[in-house]
Design a protein around this ligand. Structure first.
Ligand code: FE2
Length: 301
């Protein structure tokens, strides 16, 4: 019997958003964005990428945009149980006991709240799906989600201590990048006036696939809202868009892979040359900043 300990989160599985434009967003994400529909009801849509996850994006019809939940992967149900025990010991509010779920994708999961009332899920043994052919330049996974927080230090402390994520880098004291295993970040926090999802990033397999994705979106009438460019922290290529509800997705590629033995977090000054290594994007416009700021999201109710 080991003492309760933080979970070893292996990956970000999926992000679920509340959207004011379900219909249009399903068309956008299954069309030029390159995802595929897995399951659709009148008020929800589950969308997959080309990789092995059952789904990477859930859309839930709502009267205000916001975050519905974020799901993280652990290895097996025993790790979900251990995570639940740890969360309980840490005083975290569990929304459900760990157990089998009949939500789309199935699996064994526990749901709980973070200190800003976001719903988080840790799951294992979700349904397998066949990986799709890699010959199309479409997203293969959700790479990261950036969240606006009113207290970046409290958020960082909780996500590292309670969830076991690790700090990869800071962008001054404005953003912090947190990793699980491999990718430079799966979650990042942005200091803001209110909580809201800032953006969700989807990864394609190469810079060529990334350019072709930008081209596919352009041909379909969708110009970038910011980018193309390449971030300093994380070294990832970026192209941001505004979806039909006003939420912000990012097409990304070549996310820096972290070697746990040697990595040293750094603080990146927010200068033009470090904010965009390509120097193609320029600063984000007031319009994309406004969409990244979103509307105040009270979280779970
Ligand atoms: Fe991003």
């Amino acid at each position: 019997m080991t003492a309760p300990h933080p979970p070893t989160i292996r990956a970000l599985r999926h992000v679920a958003l509340r959207t004011t434009a379900l219909e249009g967003s399903v068309d956008f994400y299954t069309g030029p964005w390159g995802l595929d529909l897995v399951q659709r009801t009148e008020t929800t849509a589950h969308l997959r990428a080309a990789g092995p996850e059952h789904h990477v994006l859930e859309l839930h019809a709502a009267e205000r945009n916001g975050l519905h939940h974020i799901a993280f992967a652990v290895q097996d149900p025993a790790e979900v149980d251990a995570a639940a025990e740890w969360l309980r010991a840490e005083g975290v509010t569990l929304l459900e006991e760990p157990g089998r779920t009949d939500r789309p994708g199935g699996g064994y999961a526990v749901r709980f709240l973070d200190p800003e009332n976001r719903v988080l899920e840790i799951s294992a043994h979700v349904h397998a799906v066949p990986e799709l052919p890699q010959d199309r330049p479409v997203p293969r996974k959700v790479a990261h989600s950036v969240l606006n927080t009113t207290d970046i230090d409290a958020a960082t402390a909780w996500y590292t201590r309670v969830l076991g994520l690790r700090v990869s880098d800071w962008s001054e004291h404005q953003m912090v990048f947190l990793r699980a295993i491999g990718d430079h970040h799966v979650i990042a926090f942005n200091q803001a006036e209110w909580t809201a999802p800032n953006h969700v990033a989807y990864e394609v397999g190469s810079l060529d696939a990334w350019m072709r994705s930008i081209g596919r979106l352009k041909v379909a009438g969708h110009e970038t809202a910011w980018g193309p460019g390449r971030h300093g922290p994380g070294d990832n290529a970026f192209a941001y868009y505004i979806d039909p509800a006003g939420l912000v997705p990012e097409m990304t590629a070549e996310v820096l892979q972290i070697d746990e033995e040697t990595w040293m977090p750094r603080v990146w000054p927010r200068t033009p040359e470090l904010s965009d290594l390509f120097r193609t994007a320029g600063p984000p416009s007031p319009r994309v900043r406004e969409h990244m700021g979103g509307v105040p999201d009270p979280g779970w109710a």
